[in-house]
Every structure is written in structure tokens, then in C-alpha cells.
Design a protein around this ligand. Structure first.
Ligand SMILES: NC(=O)c1ccc[n+]([C@@H]2O[C@H](COP(=O)([O-])OP(=O)(O)OC[C@H]3O[C@@H](n4cnc5c(N)ncnc54)[C@H](OP(=O)(O)O)[C@@H]3O)[C@@H](O)[C@H]2O)c1
Length: 253
């Protein structure tokens, strides 16, 4: 297994949720972590609480000059780039029959194209370190939730992308993997303006029994899976379900 002490990791969307949990875990393991997000206060608060191992750089993954700045900041902070965790994404729900083109374009631009572009731009850096790219897919790739087709299709695209990227970049010793989390309580639905905090809590509670393990997950449990994929040097192209058994479709029929 690869030693992750002193590696340089860039995590998009590191100011909250799974990205924040991943930043905390990698910093605790001795990595140099650079986190990004659009809200300065969020990422700076996370970086400050982690300490000198973590640097915050404000940026929007949909903007090319911001992507350049994120990569440059990670190299400045960590001296190189070993790992890109392409985590930043938003929840996009819209009923079929009510689709609007701008909404769908924004969903794919943020959740898919930005990660493709950032990966493409990071290749020269990752080639030098025989590095890895980790994408965040979703259990929406295994379970169908009515109303969530825009989000689900972006996450399905990310899983397909993982396989082709892994095949295309393997000879350059760059590994590409994807984690498919089950339900983890974060602010993703709140940021999308879909639910109040109380409604969001109630939804997470109501989905707990759908998991074989009868509970939702934690950001640390997703971060630990990302750590495994970064360390496992003969693993590439996989979509790892880290979902408490939600994808099994457990039924008491
Ligand atoms: N929570 C779950 O149950 C779950 C399940 C399956 C998969 N996932 C996936 O896990 C990943 C993390 O989500 P999360 O649940 O941790 O949600 P979250 O707390 O809302 O984190 C997403 C982060 O992405 C950032 N972001 C969004 N758009 C961005 C942009 N254009 N540029 C830069 N940063 C941007 C947000 O910060 P700013 O708004 O400040 O930019 C936010 O900090 C996502 O890919 C999500 O699809 C989550």
C-alpha cells in the first residue's frame, strides 16, 4: 500500500461534508491538503481548524482560471500533486416533463465537465507522481429515485468516466477510481434549497432502514474509502460502493 504521509492532495468542495471529512482524514495521516470551494468563509474555517497541513483556495470548479489557480495552489502548498479528489458537486432535482435546458447544462457542467477539465489539466502533475484521481459518484447509480434524474445522470456519467479514464491513463501509471456513497448527512440538499434542516434530517432518518446496516453513513466512512483507493496501488477503474448496503435494494418481501 502506498504511504500517504507527505503526499499532496487537492480536494474540491473541501469546505463541507465529505470533502471536509476527507481533508481532515488526509491531514491527520500527514498529507498536505489543499481545499477549494466558492464560499471563502467555509473553506478558511476548515483550513484554520485543521492547521498548517491544510490550505484553502477560493474557487469555482466551473471556471477555468479558478481551476488553474487550484492546481497551482496545491503544488505551491504540497510541492507536487499526488491526488485529485474531484468531490465538488450539487444536487439537481427536476421532474421529467419539467426539464429546462439551462438547469441540465448547469448540472452537467458542475458535476461532470468540471471534473473532466480539472483532471485533464492535472495530468502533467499526476504523471510526475504516478498519482491518482478519485471521483465521487453516488448510490443514485444503483437505486432509482424519482425526481432526481438530473443528478443521477451526472453521477452515472462520472462512473463511466472513471472506467475510460482508468483505461486511458493506466499506461502513464495514473489510477482513477470512484466512490459511490450511500446516504450521508451533509448540506448538499440544503444548499440546493430543496429542504429545511428539519426536513433534511427527517429524510435521512427515513432512508436509514433502506440500508442493510439500518443506518446512514458518516463523512469519515467515505473518507476512509477514499484513503483506501489512494493507497491501493493495484486498484484502478473501480466504483466502490460505500453505502451500508443501500445499493442491495433490501426488501422484506
Ligand atoms: N451526502 C450524500 O449522501 C452523498 C451521497 C452520494 C454522493 N455524494 C457526493 O459526495 C460529494 C460531496 O457532497 P456532500 O454530500 O459532502 O455535499 P456538500 O457538503 O454540499 O459538499 C459539496 C461541496 O462542493 C462545493 N461546490 C459545489 N459547487 C461548486 C463549484 N461550482 N465550485 C467549487 N466548489 C463547489 C460546495 O461548496 P461551495 O458551495 O462553497 O462552492 C460544497 O462544499 C458530491 O460529489 C456528492 O454528489 C454525497
Amino acid at each position: 500500500m502506498r504511504d500517504i504521509k507527505d503526499i499532496s492532495v487537492l480536494i474540491t468542495g473541501g469546505g463541507s461534508g465529505i470533502g471536509e471529512g476527507t481533508a481532515r482524514l488526509f491531514a491527520a495521516r500527514g498529507a498536505r491538503v489543499t481545499i477549494t470551494g466558492r464560499r471563502k468563509d467555509k473553506i478558511e474555517a476548515v483550513a484554520q481548524s485543521i492547521g498548517t497541513a491544510c490550505r484553502a483556495v477560493v474557487g469555482d470548479v466551473t471556471v477555468n482560471r479558478d481551476r488553474e489557480a487550484m492546481l497551482a495552489a496545491a503544488v505551491e502548498h504540497g510541492g507536487k500533486l499526488d491526488v485529485l479528489v474531484s468531490n465538488a458537486a450539487n444536487m439537481y432535482r427536476q421532474a421529467i416533463g419539467e426539464y429546462t435546458e439551462d438547469f441540465l447544462k448547469e448540472a452537467f457542467n458542475t458535476n461532470v465537465i468540471s471534473g473532466m477539465m480539472l483532471s485533464s489539466m492535472a495530468l502533467p502533475l499526476l504523471e510526475k507522481t504516478q498519482g491518482a484521481i478519485i471521483f465521487l459518484g453516488s448510490i443514485h447509480n444503483r437505486r432509482a429515485y424519482p425526481g432526481a434524474s438530473p443528478y443521477a445522470t451526472t453521477k452515472a456519467a462520472v462512473e463511466g468516466l472513471t472506467r475510460v479514464m482508468a483505461a486511458e491513463l493506466g499506461r502513464r501509471q495514473i489510477r482513477v477510481c470512484c466512490v459511490l456513497p450511500g446516504a450521508v448527512s451533509t448540506e448538499i440538499n440544503l444548499r440546493a434549497g430543496l429542504f429545511t434542516a428539519e426536513q433534511s434530517d427527517a429524510r435521512y432518518a427515513s432512508i436509514a432502514p433502506d440500508h442493510a446496516l439500518a443506518r446512514i453513513g458518516t463523512v469519515t466512512e467515505i473518507a476512509e474509502a477514499i484513503e483506501y483507493l489512494v493507497r491501493a496501488e493495484w486498484v484502478t477503474g473501480v466504483a466502490l460502493e460505500v453505502d451500508g448496503g443501500l445499493g442491495l435494494g433490501v426488501s422484506n418481501f
